[in-house]
Design a protein around this ligand. Structure first.
Ligand SMILES: [Zn+2]
Length: 435
């Protein structure tokens, strides 16, 4: 079955141009029979539903018993399955591949891989996300691949390659001493994985450049290195000052766009909040003051739990202790934020995790740490759509929304792991997977 699917997807990729022509016409009607429907917004599933799709949009959703079915419609029978909105991962890196240290790691990726190689790998990453039912990604920086994400997004939108809807943030911004590559002779001018700025003028200019070249969001690194402090706490080196961040936030908000801030803990995390970040990425250690401020400012929280359980250094080394501390404080922060009612959005840091692994593993962690399965699903559907200011367009199965629809066998509210194995994927009315 796997190889059949593989052939199918290769065929899809090779026939990209043909596919462009076979995009659903505005009048083509498709009907999906849903055994159980989790619409992304409602607190409870509904049973025996019919979804009417016209072209790339959902036209109607109703009980099967009362549904008026248009003549000549193409019927997709998912009456034995649970149907959900296409999933949204709000923290990915299609230009990273979980680089293995044995293969040169991050350094190899940024300093020896030709851009075409990086674009080819990003193309595969995008396809894998779609195959797994993730029909939208907020991809938070290209790690040295410049504006490659803008190009991949265009290739997807024009039908050349299969992939999710991409919300891109291009190069990201950090400060001198605040990003890789590092550890080389100081005489060498090494490429950096992010755009380096110092001072509010340079910070604002970087935001302007990135927005000018197609960034949908701006990504900022507010912390960089991290280690275990004297009292066993997680310490993170702060990067931008509040003044620098405010210049970026002010500029970006002026363009009607938002700022995502990578922030682990301490000074950098508090600067992120004081500077007006729209979303806190990772947020490994959230103290009470941070949680109160996030609630007050309506800051989104995109924890990324799973990635901190990968690649631990040996337990008795400083790095090994730090790696374990990162995971354990993240669990506590997630639970505190959940209890306090902080707006939590699904994110994985895929790319930090190889794209061959299931994206949906993050749902399992969230549920393990006390989130209800329905809440976890909403964090990757309607709540993510709200953060992305695409409410009603994506992350919901309702009239007027894009026809982004996935299905799984069984009940994911009883076993969240089922989301690791979607059986059906539709994006914008086009079927990309059906088994
Ligand atoms: Zn990341």
């Amino acid at each position: 079955m796997k190889s059949v699917l593989y052939v199918l997807f290769v065929a899809i990729a090779l026939n990209a141009l043909a596919q462009e022509q076979s995009k659903p016409s505005t009048q083509q009607v498709t009907i999906i029979r849903a055994g159980s429907l989790i619409d992304g917004k409602a607190e409870k599933p509904r049973h025996d539903q019919v979804i009417v799709i016209r072209g790339d949009r959902i036209e109607a959703v109703s009980d099967a018993s009362s549904a008026k079915l248009p003549d000549g419609a193409n019927v997709i029978d998912l009456s034995q399955q649970t149907v959900l909105p296409g999933l949204i991962d709000s923290h990915t890196h299609i230009f990273l591949q979980g680089e293995h240290t044995a293969k040169g790691g991050y350094h190899e990726n940024i300093s020896t891989a030709p851009f075409a190689m990086r674009a080819a790998r990003a193309t595969v990453a995008a396809r894998r996300a779609l195959e797994q039912g993730f029909t939208t990604l907020r991809d938070v920086e290209t790690e040295g691949a410049g504006y490659g994400d803008v190009g991949i997004k265009q290739a997807i939108n024009e039908g050349y390659i299969p992939g999710p809807r991409l919300i891109v943030s291009t190069r990201a911004i950090s400060t001198t001493g605040g990003y890789q590559l590092e550890g080389y002779a100081p005489e060498l001018e090494m490429p950096k994985g992010a755009q380096i700025v110092d001072g509010p003028v340079e910070a604002r200019k970087a935001a302007r450049e990135q927005l000018d070249h197609g960034a949908d969001w701006i990504k900022v690194y507010m912390t960089h290195r991290s280690w275990v402090g004297k009292n066993g706490e997680l310490v993170a080196q702060p990067t931008l000052t509040v003044e620098e961040l405010r210049a970026i936030v002010d500029e970006t908000h002026g363009w009607g766009k938002k700022v995502a801030c990578h922030a682990y803990s301490g000074i950098g995390l508090h600067r992120a909040l004081d500077g007006g970040c729209d979303s806190i990425e990772h947020g490994l250690y959230l103290d009470d003051a941070a949680i109160i401020q996030m609630l007050k400012q309506g800051t989104w929280y995109v924890p990324t739990l799973s990635v901190y359980y990968t690649d631990w250094a040996p337990a008795d080394t400083p790095d090994g202790k730090r790696d374990r501390l990162r995971a354990s404080v993240h669990e506590v922060s997630f639970k505190k934020a959940l209890k306090a009612g902080v707006k939590i959005v699904f994110g994985t840091d895929m790319g930090g995790i190889p794209w061959t692994e299931p994206i949906a593993q993050e749902f399992t962690r969230m549920v393990e740490f006390g989130m209800s399965p329905m809440d976890a699903i909403q964090s990757a559907s309607s709540r993510a759509a709200a953060m992305l200011e695409k409410e009603g367009e994506i992350g919901v199965i309702a009239p007027g929304a894009n026809a982004d629809i996935v299905a799984v066998g069984g009940d994911p509210l009883k076993d969240i792991r089922l989301l690791e194995n979607v059986s059906f994927v539709m994006k914008g009315g086009q079927v990309f997977r059906s088994k």
